[in-house]
Design a protein around this ligand. Structure first.
Ligand code: ZN
Length: 207
């Protein structure tokens, strides 16, 4: 009887600050679910991203998720706005940059915790092997270093915003467009490596 009452109390209790959800990896698709989800987070800027970005981020995020799950790695695949907190091995929030002056940026990385610099360096080394355009300095905007998603995710081996290129730059867009699934495969390989899993293959050069 007491056990039943305790259970009922646990089930009924509101859980905004509850135990974080524990998964191997978080993958967020930038801007996904907006603007519909913005009403639930009125204090947050309802950033819809660069033109075309919202169509691309879920493709990359889904491709990466599919590969990781096929290898038995648990993934919380999140949209732009989500509830609760996560305790994970590694996290990546997928974005493409935009700019009023096309081709003035490129790929970039954001992280909030200094101890995640090594994860950023790992991604940069990997992606720069293939990405033929410029790489901006890490955290070159406040949106990168103070990305709102970092507040809800604690990652043991790196939580990053990965801007995969500048979508407003036609040369970069043209390079990226056929590679969205490949980008997902590269991200899956990176995240798996971060958490010590060597069984997810590096997709290598896009074919
Ligand atoms: Zn974005």
């Amino acid at each position: 009887m007491i056990a039943a009452l305790v259970l009922a109390a646990v089930l009924a209790s509101p859980t905004p600050a509850a135990t974080p959800t524990s998964v191997d990896v978080v993958i967020g698709a930038g801007h996904e679910g907006r603007p519909a989800s913005c009403a639930r987070f009125p204090h947050r800027q309802c950033n819809l991203g660069a033109a075309g970005e919202l169509a691309w981020t879920p493709i990359v995020a889904d491709a990466a998720t599919l590969i990781l799950r096929a290898h038995g790695i648990s993934v919380a695949r999140l949209p732009a706005d989500f509830e609760g907190n996560y305790a994970v091995g590694a996290a990546a929030f997928v974005h493409f940059d935009g700019n009023d002056k096309p081709c003035s940026t490129g790929a970039s990385i954001g992280y909030h915790h200094p101890e995640d610099a090594w994860a950023a360096a790992n991604w940069r080394t990997l992606y720069a092997r293939y990405f033929p355009f410029r790489f901006m300095p890490d955290n070159f905007t406040r949106n990168l270093s103070d990305y709102y998603g970092f507040r809800q995710v604690r990652a043991r081996s790196g939580a990053l915003v990965v801007e995969l290129g500048e979508i407003d730059c036609s040369a970069q867009k043209k390079w990226l467009e056929p590679r969205l699934h490949w980008e997902g495969a590269l991200l899956a390989y990176f995240l798996a490596t971060q958490i010590g899993r060597a069984d997810v293959p590096d997709p290598g050069v896009f074919k």
